[in-house]
Design a protein around this ligand. Structure first.
Ligand SMILES: Nc1nc2c(c(=O)[nH]1)N[C@H]1C(S)=C(S)[C@@H](COP(=O)(O)OP(=O)(O)OC[C@H]3O[C@@H](n4cnc5c(N)ncnc54)[C@H](O)[C@@H]3O)O[C@H]1N2
Ligand code: MOO
Length: 454
């Protein structure tokens, strides 16, 4: 079967797509009679089919824009009221306005004494602790012990830290350094006044936002609801436990996609393993009430690739049918109902990741009310071969201020992405050492996975 092992074959991809692409020299393709400009394609694909598929395919940046627009075209989603402990990772649907002044009373910033007027001071018997109700007012020349966070007695002029005061044998308090009027008193409303806008709508609810909301008097927050996603895992060859055997392999996408989708802002309502059953697929899609159905596998034109025929049968509108990106070019986006979309991820696991970040990420991000991440670039540590006409997404590790391309980045491999911090966007034709490349962060690398998994 050596003859079948052309450089752009699936076997070559499975070894290491970079090495495989390095072998694809223009002369070789010309000599092999594959035409003047067709892109590399999996073996067995006819020239006519290949150019047809490539003709329909959407350029990678445009595919992302189409996915974002698809979500934007839907009516605004009704905000939900969510208790603070369930709000992490959601997006504020309304500005966060202070329900109270902060601090809500004049507060001591230090442990020490509240003093009134110039020293020395007579020290009162009692003290003031945090959490106590309004203390008795001070009179000029009087001091009272006070704890950090305690209410300042009326008519106090300053707080003196415990390390800056000395009590003589007659019980009088002296300052060991100058006392400035108002020192170490946090006045009411220093941080905000009731009704001040603390954060605008659209901000992601991080742990810090939860803390601020609680401090400002909130028990619940108005949030954009998570888009509901149903995952349909296709393929008779998939096992859900144990070792691969007798031609069957472990399902890598069933365990990988739900947490990834949650990290992108989604609520995963179901994961169904449907095998290669066209009827079951039809029933699952038409019966789903999710905002987004994500299928895995079955996007190509093999004998049991049921995604296209099923979409055709239900009259779905194909918004993206193939993308000029490697891996993952058979990915697709369809509108299945007025308020429902479907992202078809290719079965090869890294191709599925590519589809997830190309189509599902902009769609879910927009439905979840999140802003697009600020694009950023880093220089490449090593040159990376490009596809002649398509964008490539390559796992990279971020080391210092450089992106180090990782090996084991073939479409069927997860070894590279599992060790990576981001995907580098390699333009058609490849990238040189030191070239600044756009990076797509993996959601847990920036947000912290727990932010989004609740
Ligand atoms: N004649 C053509 N054949 C293929 C083309 C093509 O354009 N013409 N494209 C190739 C490319 S590129 C990809 S990617 C795949 C996409 O195929 P499907 O989306 O139809 O996926 P399957 O055929 O079902 O599976 C492909 C591959 O991935 C494995 N797989 C599937 N699901 C999982 C899973 N959940 N976990 C782990 N691995 C999975 C499956 O066993 C296959 O090995 O098509 C090429 N062929
Ligand atoms: O090139 Mo496919 O899209 O194997 O990933």
């Amino acid at each position: 079967m050596t003859a079948a092992r052309t450089p752009d074959s699936q076997e070559a991809d499975d070894l290491d797509v970079e090495e495989a692409l390095a072998l694809v020299k223009p002369e070789t393709r010309t000599a092999a009679g594959t035409g003047s400009v067709p892109p590399p394609a999996p073996e067995g694909e006819s020239k006519a089919r290949r150019s047809d598929a490539h003709h329909k395919a959407t350029p990678w940046p445009e595919a992302r824009a189409v996915a974002e627009r698809a979500a934007r075209s839907l009516p605004r989603r009704t905000p939900v009221s969510v208790p603070l402990d369930a709000a992490l990772g959601l997006v504020l649907a309304a500005p966060l306005t202070a329900l109270t002044d902060l601090p809500s009373f004049d507060t001591s910033a230090m442990d020490g004494w509240a003093v009134a007027g110039p020293g020395p001071w007579e020290v009162r018997e009692d003290g003031v602790l945090a959490g106590q109700a309004e203390p008795e007012a001070l009179t000029d020349g009087e001091a009272v012990r006070i704890a950090t966070g305690a209410r300042i007695p009326q008519d106090a002029t300053a707080v003196m830290r415990s390390e800056h005061g000395r009590i003589d044998d007659k019980g009088r308090l002296f300052a060991t350094r100058e006392v400035v009027h108002g020192q170490d008193i946090r006045p009411r409303g220093q941080e905000c006044r009731t009704g001040d806008q603390l954060l605008p709508a659209g901000v992601v609810i991080t742990p810090a936002v939860l803390g601020l909301a609680a401090a400002a008097g909130y028990d619940t927050l108005a949030a954009v609801p998570r888009p509901r996603v149903e995952v349909l895992v296709l393929g008779d060859e998939l096992l859900s436990s144990g070792l691969p055997q007798e031609g069957r392999i472990r399902d890598a996408l069933g365990p990988m996609l739900p947490p990834w989708l949650r990290a992108l802002g989604a609520e995963v309502v179901a994961v169904r393993r449907l095998g290669d059953d066209a009827k079951a697929l039809h029933k699952a899609i038409t019966g789903s009430a999710a905002d987004l159905v994500v299928t895995t596998g079955g996007t190509a034109a093999g004998p049991v690739d049921h995604v296209h025929p099923t979409l055709h049968r239900i009259g779905a509108e194909l918004l993206v049918d193939g993308v000029k990106v490697r891996p993952g070019h058979p990915m697709l986006l369809a509108r299945t109902k007025e308020d429902q979309h479907l992202v078809g991820l290719p079965g090869n696991p890294l191709a599925a990741v590519s589809g997830l970040l190309t189509l599902a990420e902009p769609l879910l991000r927009t439905l979840a009310g999140r802003m697009a991440p600020e694009p950023y670039t880093l220089p490449l540590q090593e040159a990376v071969h490009g596809h002649p006409y398509d964008t490539r997404l390559v796992p990279v590790a971020l080391r210092g201020d450089r992106a180090v391309p990782l090996h084991y980045n073939g479409p069927a491999m997860l070894r590279g992405i599992a060790a990576s911090d981001a995907l580098a966007v390699i333009p058609p034709g490849g990238a040189r050492v030191g070239q600044e490349l756009e990076l797509l962060d993996l959601p847990w690398a920036t947000a912290g996975i727990d932010v989004c998994v609740t």
